[in-house]
Design a protein around this ligand. Sequence first.
Ligand code: SF4
Ligand code: SF4
Length: 152
Amino acid sequence: MKVIKVDPEKCTGCHQCELWCGSEIASVGKELPLAINEQPQPVPRVYVEGKKFAIQCRHCDDAPCVKACPNGTMRKDPETGLIYVHEPTCIACWMCVMVCPFAIINPSPTIKVAIKCDRCRNMGYPICAEICPTQAMTIVDRKDYRKKKFTT
Ligand code: SF4
Ligand code: SF4
């Protein structure tokens, strides 16, 4: 399965990924100038932690959020392995928010639904990786990501 790899050495903390995720995915207007002025503010699904590390959903193999969800709203796409929220059935119990080890699931500020990165599953390519000016975020096979991680 394809996952987003973040290279902290390349991340400059410019927050472009947050801005574009917020405007392309979360805003009504879908354009940066409109998104900046939207109320309530669109919530991005990726965050820059500290000064230099973009953090998003890891789409865990054995996802704690999917296990914790009481009614099957948090789902794993059987074809891609991507974890996503089936919004119409969310009961806003926030079990998923509590169990995510990376703290990337948030309650929506406007409607009672959990929001999280779904790696732009309905688009061709994740917007954060597409716009990152230093290629700090790239798409890789999960198995290659792990291999590289443990051999360097
Ligand atoms: S939301 Fe959290 S627990 Fe669920 S798959 Fe993503 S990283 Fe794993
Ligand atoms: S908040 Fe929604 S997605 Fe999260 S565990 Fe509850 S029902 Fe499932």
